[in-house]
Design a protein around this ligand. Structure first.
Ligand code: ADP
Ligand code: ZN
Length: 817
């Protein structure tokens, strides 16, 4: 009987591919293992086994696999089921999901590169013929790709030869096939076994009396060992005894010290004992009980608790319960780089059990976390991470917590899979038959709507921990202030007064401006020309610090112009303002205060955020200016005043969610004020203080906002009442985009009639030289979502067969955010 496997390839083709295997291989293989397979004329891929069967493919002849790469599955069956859901729901391929889910180190491709190991002397006789060919080729060329080796050896199955060369240490692989990942080892020392008794040790010290430096090292090691039971690092010993590597080496050579290596995990916990978790106050305890009650009948519960009500402490209590059952916890946050505070808090309670999954981790670090989770190691019981951590190989998940569930950054924008981590986590929890808790001070309309539809339970927490009052919010009419000449730059007299007072009292201030850079538009006073990005249809933003004009869409930059490019006039005007300008004005207004800025430009690099957050926490900074990064759940103790520099550009943003978003942003940033004893204060500067959203923000009226916005969404057929699929058509050629989009929309209208919107150019209609047009398909509440998607896929397939449109890119975005 012939044997076959269906595999997932990490490429955006919709199908699984069938390969032929021997009976023995079929016996050995399990779904979730990796195999290397030939693909196309000369490509090699790492593929993932999806199923094993006896059905020969009808339309093509199945190729033979090259090799099995694993002894046990690296992907669980649960993950495969989850991926299947993601691919179907978000209209992408399993290959897309595979790419997003598994660490790069797990995937070998034709592009993998090997090079000669120069630190090893090789005897030609030790090499077999095919091995020698490669070895020799590497003398003429510093590195070789797998594909090149295929042509040198004139055979396809080259991985075994490469493996032998690696084993013999003849070559190293830049993207190692078998285990690109190497755990990081740390060198430790201990006293040689000969010297374990006190007498021997005394003798040794006497012996060393003529070698005082060595003696010092031994004494230091002895006292260090007495203080801690932990292993002692060579690096620590070197430092503490103020000695050199050479002296330590000579002690090792004399067998006085013994060296050994231990594998460390990069994500280390440095604390000693765990702290007991906090005792919940009465409202928290009540909420905790209501959550447990709600879980009896609801799979999913939303905790709507005002900022600083202590939601985190409630999560902690729930986590403690789940850990007692020996199950894993997934704790999702919108942006892991902003959660150092949270990591420390969780590690205080749960110590080593907490593992963090970070988008800025190296491939190796990701593998480490992956394996811990897969093996259900004691080091991966509480998994704290952003979006992509929902794709980890969970073993026995006991609860999912989604903090700040309203955050838009939970939705992946590009590339596919364009998944929403909150919703994907809910499905994951479902697969494990465990509960999901969503938490927010400003829930998304979607989730709140679901509670009203009785799909989710709802638990509310209205008081701040310690009973601090919610901050007092004052709206400042900027138009009026301008008229009465009460503005200094972008600061109203009210804001300056409050800032002065706050600083005098020794408290801190946060200033929020939702734009980075200095000013978004530079305009010529004479002819009105504004410098544009050459690749995108958008004006360039002036960044004063670097004296550059920058595009926030494609990264293009040029030096700041001295005169108008169109008419040569040297009078240029700044329109709008960003964080840079706010920072500069603050420095002029308060020259004695320390000012820092937190936005994309100041937080690049791995510890970019941490430095700024810590400096602010330690009160080394008095005034922090920043973008929406500031809103994400940070817990500062000494902030008394928050200033929102300009509410209007958020409110006027052309998007159906703009009002909801503005409400959330403003309330969240306000929530950073007055979190300890004293009540905080928030000033919102605006041209339109009577705007409903601003009124609702100032009275903290979430429910009112919800009702009003929901009414609008219902009237205009938007989520959460209707569902949305956004179709983006993209091409370099303006006419092609128009023709393609028209064709597509027309086909959609035949089926969905008036529920199709567009095609329309978005406000920025060209990005990176690609023209863009959007079509929206609205799905009414009673219409089948899966049938709708099927119909769209059919249209999509016919679209791609039209010759003229072959190069036109189509992007499907389900539940577009
Ligand atoms: P939220 O997540 O709702 O904004 P946090 O959980 O960050 O609020 O709590 C705000 C502050 O109050 C934190 O510094 C937290 O340590 C403190 N806190 C909350 N609940 C308790 C409690 N039960 N005991 C002691 N401190 C608490
Ligand atoms: Zn651009």
């Amino acid at each position: 009987m012939p044997y076959f496997i269906d595999v997932i390839l990490p490429i955006p083709l919709p199908k699984l591919f069938t390969y032929s295997v021997t009976e023995a291989e079929a016996d050995f293989l399990k779904s979730g293992m990796r195999v290397s397979v030939p693909f196309g004329k000369s490509k090699i891929y790492t593929a993932l086994v999806y199923s094993i069967h006896n059905n020969e493919p009808l339309i093509y002849e199945a190729k033979v696999i090259h090799q099995i790469l694993d002894e046990t599955p690296v992907i669980t069956q649960m993950q495969l089921n989850h991926w299947q859901w993601i691919a179907e729901y978000y209209m992408c391929t399993l290959g897309d999901v595979m790419r997003a889910a598994i660490p790069n180190a797990f995937i070998l491709e034709s592009e993998t590169v090997i090079s000669r190991n120069t630190s090893k002397i090789i005897n030609d006789e030790d090499l077999k013929d095919d091995e020698f060919l490669i070895y020799d080729a590497l003398h003429h060329q510093s590195s070789l790709k797998i594909q090149e080796i295929v042509s040198i050896l004139d055979k396809k199955n080259v991985l075994p030869v490469i493996k032998r060369l690696i084993d013999k240490e003849v070559v190293t692989v830049e993207e190692e096939v078998y285990e690109k990942y190497k755990p990081k080892l740390v060198r430790y020392v201990k006293l040689g076994t000969n010297y374990s008794s006190e007498i021997k040790l005394q003798e040794l010290l006497e012996e060393l009396s003529r070698a005082p430096k060595q003696r010092e090292v031994v004494l230091t090691l002895f006292s260090m060992s007495a203080q801690t039971k932990k292993p002692i690092k060579v690096s620590e010993l070197t430092k503490k005894s103020d000695t050199s590597a050479a002296i330590i080496k000579s002690l090792i050579d004399k067998n006085i010290l013994e060296e050994y290596h231990l594998q460390i995990d990069r994500i280390q916990y440095s604390g000693e004992e765990n702290n007991p978790i906090k005792i919940l106050n009465e409202p928290q305890f009540k909420a905790y009980h209501e959550i447990q009650e709600s879980f009896k009948t609801n799979q999913i519960t939303l905790l709507h608790g005002v900022t600083s009500s202590g939601k985190t402490e409630i999560y902690v209590k729930l986590i403690e319960e789940v850990l007692k059952e020996g199950k894993q916890v997934l704790y999702l946050v919108p942006e892991i780089a902003l959660t150092t505070q949270l990591v420390n808090r969780l590690q205080d309670y749960f110590g080593e059990k907490v593992v963090v999954f970070h988008s800025k981790y190296s491939s190796q670090e990701r593998v480490e976390v992956w394996n811990h989770v897969l093996e259900n190691s004691s080091k991966a019981q509480v998994i704290l991470g952003a979006r992509s951590s929902v794709l980890l190989p969970f073993y026995n998940l006991g609860i999912v917590i989604v903090d700040e569930e309203h955050e838009a950054s939970y939705k992946q924008f590009d590339p596919a899979p364009r998944y929403h981590a909150r919703d994907t986590a809910i499905v994951l929890a479902h697969l494990f038959q465990c509960k999901t808790l969503l938490g927010s001070a400003t829930p998304s309309l979607e989730s709140y709507y679901n509670t009203k539809q009785n799909k989710y339970g709802l638990v509310e927490l209205h008081t701040r921990y310690n009973n601090v009052l919610m901050p007092e919010i004052e709206l400042v009419d900027v138009k009026d202030k301008h008229k009465r000449k009460r503005m200094t730059g972008h600061f109203s007299d009210r804001l300056i007064e409050e800032m002065t007072e706050t600083l005098k009292a020794g408290h801190q201030i946060i200033l929020f401006q939702n734009r980075r850079g200095f000013s978004p538009i530079i305009e010529c006073i004479t002819c009105g020309h504004a410098p544009q990005c050459p690749n995108c249809d958008v004006s360039l933003t002036y960044h004063q610090y670097k004296d550059q004009l920058r595009c926030h869409y494609c990264g293009y930059y040029s030096v700041m112009i001295k005169a108008c490019e169109a008419c040569g006039c040297i009078d240029l005007d700044n329109k709008g303002f960003g964080t840079e300008q706010v920072e500069e004005e603050v420095k002029d207004l308060f020259p004695d205060s320390k000012v820092a800025r937190m936005d994309l430009d100041t937080t690049r690099g791995k510890y970019g955020y941490e430095k700024i957050i810590t400096a602010f926490e330690q009160q080394e900074v008095d005034i922090l200016v920043g973008t929406q990064m500031l809103t994400k759940g940070l817990d500062f103790r000494h902030v008394k005043l928050v200033g929102i520099m300009n509410a209007d550009n958020m409110l006027n943003f052309p998007d159906f969610r703009a009002h909801e978003r503005s409400f959330q942003l403003m309330l969240q940033v306000s929530g950073r004020a007055g979190r300890t004893e004293e009540r905080g204060k928030v000033l919102i500067q605006t041209y339109n203080p009577y705007h409903n959203i601003l009124q609702q923000v100032s009275t903290n009226s979430y429910v009112e906002m919800y009702k009003e916005q929901l009414e609008e969404r219902r009237n205009f057929k938007y989520p959460p009442v209707y569902r949305l699929i956004k179709i983006t058509i993209k091409h370099r050629d303006y006419n092609k985009v128009n023709q393609g989009a028209d064709w597509y929309a027309k086909s959609l209208r035949i089926i969905f009639k008036t529920d199709v919107l567009g095609p329309e150019f978005p406000p920025v209609s060209r990005i990176r030289n690609q023209y863009i047009k959007h079509i929206l398909v609205k799905i009414p509440p009673k219409q089948s979502v899966s049938k709708t998607k099927e119909a769209i896929i059919k249209i999509n397939n016919s679209f791609s067969t039209v010759k003229d449109f072959r190069a036109v890119r189509v992007i499907l975005n389900v539940d577009n955010y």
